[in-house]
Write a protein that binds this ligand. Structure first.
Ligand code: URP
Ligand code: ZN
Ligand code: ZN
Length: 458
């Protein structure tokens, strides 16, 4: 078993910041101390660098059939990109098909990832419908380590479930210690607005945002929380984008209701005006929920600081421009999603920590520790402690990077942040003790990533 010693770094966790050395034995951290001098097969000098727990992105869509095409990263390319960005764990979404079992969906996604992923991965399960049989199967999935289920209040005919189905899935998740992850947008209202816009000949990308108003997100968020309160279970709102929806989460949490939410970098660093870029460029930002008004972003940052938003994931769902062009004459046909798994830590370090919006510890917390805790991976993942997996990132806080699809590793022919300069980047990345990125070079191995059986709620 290889032993690695990381020396002289500044170890940063969700709560600590101190100079120290880390001894890794095989796949896990063995010892942390000052001036450690144990024999090791390799020594990494981390002087002038932070050593942080590997990022955990609990919202990715690799190799996902969606919007008339398939997301362009598979589990190999997507996890290579994740590793370059300092993310060493992803939780992706397996999909149950209409009339099919949860197990079939899970096995399909296990086959997509197995032998390909270069860092560890787990799965949530998207349920398109609720039946008593699927309710029984939810427990089997929890036993397999799929301890969260994503339901949709939007995308009628594709993913949307009615309130009765949602409520029963919530009740069942309460019985088995699972978490309901909710895509909270009012799909019925949006569908009408989309049809009305198209009938008026409003086909450009910006109408994607105009027909998905913040109040449609707020209404669905409120309804999801109320249904969860009736079912007496926690609920987790995914990719929250609107300050109006955040108010619903904040109001519930202030009453002691177990409501949780994530946001994504795009809702902190991009805004509605991106849809007004010339020609068809606005399609690059077509995702659901859509980008919102810049004036509202300060409320999102306040939510992150105050823990009404517990974490930041990416909703990584990349498409190339030729796929986006499926919606050239009709915004509702533009595949929804954008690349992001590689840029999350950089954007939040540069635009969050360096600007004083969040502390260094909070950065680690929202990118790694909170996702691990909420989704049943802690303390194996999400911190730096003896016995934890040696998923570690040696972070150069001064490195300047110009974000571009030409140099990033995600499989997309554009980047939403093209040309943006950030300071701070992953230098060396370890996944279970193995160096997978070494100062700009990929040194990992296809298939090194292991499936993670996540724990149910305690
Ligand atoms: O636009 C998005 N968010 N694409 C991925 C699917 C989803 O709803 O998360
Ligand atoms: Zn969603
Ligand atoms: Zn998503």
């Amino acid at each position: 078993m290889a032993r690695t010693l990381i020396k002289n770094g500044t170890i940063v966790t969700a709560v600590d910041q101190y100079r120290g050395d880390i001894l890794i034995d095989g796949e896990t951290i063995q010892q942390i101390g000052t001036s450690l001098d144990a024999p090791a097969d390799q020594v990494i000098d981390a002087a002038g660098r932070y050593v942080i727990p590997g990022g955990i992105d609990v919202h990715t869509h690799m190799d996902m059939p969606f919007g008339g095409t398939t997301s362009s990263d598979d589990f190999e390319t997507g996890t290579v990109a994740a590793a370059f960005g300092g993310t060493t764990t992803i939780v992706d979404f397996a999909i149950q098909d209409f009339g099919k079992s949860l197990r079939q969906g899970w096995e399909t996604w296990m086959a997509k990832a197995e032998g390909k992923a270069v860092v560890d991965y787990g799965f949530h399960m998207i349920m398109r419908e609720f039946t008593p049989e699927l309710g029984r199967e939810m427990k089997d999935m929890v036993d397999e380590g799929v301890t969260s289920f994503k339901l949709f209040m939007a995308y009628p005919g594709v993913f949307m479930m009615d309130d009765a189905g949602i409520f029963q899935a919530m009740q069942r998740s309460g019985e088995i210690g699972a978490t309901i992850c909710m895509h909270a947008e009012n799909g019925g209202v949006i569908d009408v607005l989309v049809k009305q816009a198209l009938a008026r000949g409003q086909t450009e990308p910006k109408y994607h945002a105009i027909t998905r108003p913040a109040l449609a997100e707020a209404e669905a968020t409120h309804r999801a929380i109320k249904m969860a309160e009736i079912a007496d279970v926690p609920v987790y709102i995914v990719h929250l984008s609107a300050a109006e929806a955040l108010q619903m989460v904040t109001e519930a949490r202030d009453r002691g209701v177990p409501a949780f939410a994530e946001t994504c970098p795009q809702y902190l660093f991009l805004d509605y005006t991106n849809y007004e870029e010339p020609g068809f460029a606005g399609s690059k930002y077509v995702m659901s929920p859509p980008l919102r008004a810049r004036e509202k972003q300060s409320e999102m940052w306040r939510g992150l600081r105050g823990n009404d938003l517990q974490l930041v994931s990416t909703d990584h769902c990349p498409f190339c421009m030729k796929e986006k062009e499926l919606g050239k004459d009709d915004f509702s046909r533009i595949p929804n999603g954008a690349p992001g798994v590689e840029t999350r830590l950089m954007l939040l370090h540069d635009g969050g920590v360096r600007t004083g919006q969040i502390s260094l510890n909070r950065w680690v917390e929202i990118c790694s520790t909170a996702p691990a805790k909420i989704f049943g991976l802690f303390p194996r993942k999400g911190t730096i402690a003896p016995g934890s997996d040696a998923d570690l990132v040696i972070w150069d806080p001064d490195k300047k990077v110009t974000l571009s699809h030409k140099t990033l590793h995600m499989r997309a022919d554009y980047n939403p942040y093209e040309g943006r300069q950030v300071t701070g980047a992953a230098e060396t990345v370890l996944s279970r003790g193995r160096v997978v990125v070494d100062r700009g070079t990929f040194t990992g191995q296809k298939g090194h990533g292991k499936y993670l059986r996540r724990a149910p709620r305690a």
